[in-house]
Design a protein around this ligand. Structure first.
Ligand code: FEO
Length: 392
């Protein structure tokens, strides 16, 4: 295995993980992923930017076989998919010094037991000359952890952006030419990993404006030869703009909540609102997250189970709450059976949302005509709110 050349003195030396199907025991990876490490070689010093997931140490080591000396290992982020092979690299390259933010140093010591003396901390804006190649470190906390930094390679205009701008895609080579495919994958990735940090990313994007970025080399997925599409997409995703669209995510046991969800979907569509419907029993959580990037409304549907909301609906509400999408409106629909605290449970799980709660539609047992009239009322209310907000 050889490092793959990006430009003179800059190489991709990571690992593609085509078979990985789950991240953090939560995020589905339909297209696998990659852990990107890069080598930057100056006339005097060599830096390795990030490592790989521990499961791929052997691939990283194979790509480093002909690299006799590494002076610095830049650890952008202490999460193990990038720093997991750091101990093995430090074992092989005894002189190498780890470069990290002060918070990064702390986390590397805690998570990987890296010896304190081997870590050099760098300030925001600090530069590290390698001889004809200059690395500038940009502190970008909370994309994805509090310690995260990016590196700008001055001479080549390459931004090594760590998790930011990434995508969970496996690939051959370095690039994927199909921009549509990469943008779709990075929207999915943004929704799953970055969406909770929207206001922070907005500030980071403003700071990047002063750099002449010609290439973006993230830590997951292919390298972007032309950064415009991915930067413009992110600017859109982190903005407060929402689309005229509603997401209905429901669990159902005997079909009642499903019937309400389908009726709501139909009624919204008739009123000109785009709708995406997810049956939580087999929904792809990545697609659900993606639909929330710019949706204006969410409706969660649940039956009552053992006196409360269905666990799948609770889990969806919890996830939506954690992802903090820019939703403007929310509601709850479902079949109560005979009693229960379903609506209160779901509402209390969505405390982070700044969405206006619209009156729920709660039905006893199998929905009757009057219940479908209530669904129609909810659809009218959602459409009116979207109109008021100027969404259509
Ligand atoms: Fe790809 Fe936050 O690690």
């Amino acid at each position: 295995m050889e490092p793959r050349k990006i430009t003179e003195g800059v190489f991709w030396a990571g690992a593609v993980d085509r078979d990985r199907r789950l991240f953090d025991s939560l995020i589905p990876l339909p297209d696998g992923t990659s852990y990107n490490a890069y080598i930057v070689t100056g006339t005097e010093k060599t830096a390795l930017l990030d490592t790989v997931d521990p499961s791929k140490i052997h691939e990283l080591m194979a790509r480093l076989e002909k690299t006799a000396k590494i002076d610095y290992v830049v650890a952008h982020h202490a999460e193990q998919d990038h720093s997991g092979a750091l101990p093995a690299v430090l074992e092989k390259y005894k002189e190498a010094i780890v470069v990290a933010s002060p918070k990064g140093k702390e986390l590397l010591i805690d998570h990987l037991h890296i010896a304190e003396g081997r870590v050099k901390t760098v300030a925001d804006g600090e530069k590290l000359p390698l001889g004809g190649k200059t690395l500038e470190f940009i502190h970008t906390p909370w994309v994805h952890w509090p310690e995260t930094i990016c590196t700008f390679l001055e001479e080549d205009g390459i931004l090594f952006s760590c998790d930011l701008f990434g995508s969970h895609l496996s690939f051959s080579g370095i690039y994927i030419e199909d921009e549509q495919k990469v943008c779709e994958a990075s929207k999915r990735y943004f929704s799953e990993v970055m969406m909770p940090f929207r206001p922070t990313i907005r500030k980071h994007l403003e700071r990047f404006a002063k750099y002449d970025i010609k290439t973006i080399a993230p830590s997951h997925g292919p390298v972007y030869k032309d950064p415009r599409c991915i930067m413009d997409s992110h600017a859109e995703w982190v903005s407060d703009k929402v689309r005229n669209s509603a997401v209905i995510a429901f669990a159902t046991m005997h079909g009642s909540t499903e019937a309400l969800s389908e009726a709501l979907s139909e009624a919204l569509w008739r009123k000109g609102v785009e709708v995406e419907v997810f049956n939580l029993a087999h929904a792809d959580l990545g697609k659900l997250a993606m639909s929330l990037v710019d949706a204006a409304t969410i409706v969660i549907g649940s039956p009552t189970v053992l006196g409360g909301a269905h666990p799948l609906a609770v889990s969806a509400a919890f996830l939506v709450n954690a992802l903090r999408p820019k939703l403007r409106f929310a509601s709850i629909i479902g079949s109560l059976g005979w009693a229960g605290r379903m609506p209160e449970q779901l509402t209390s799980n969505m405390g982070n949302l700044k969405a206006e709660m619209l009156a729920p539609v709660l039905v006893k047992g199998k929905p009757r005509e009057a219940d479908f009239a209530e669904i129609e009322r909810l659809a009218r209310a959602i459409a009116a709110k979207h109109k008021e907000a100027g969404l259509f």
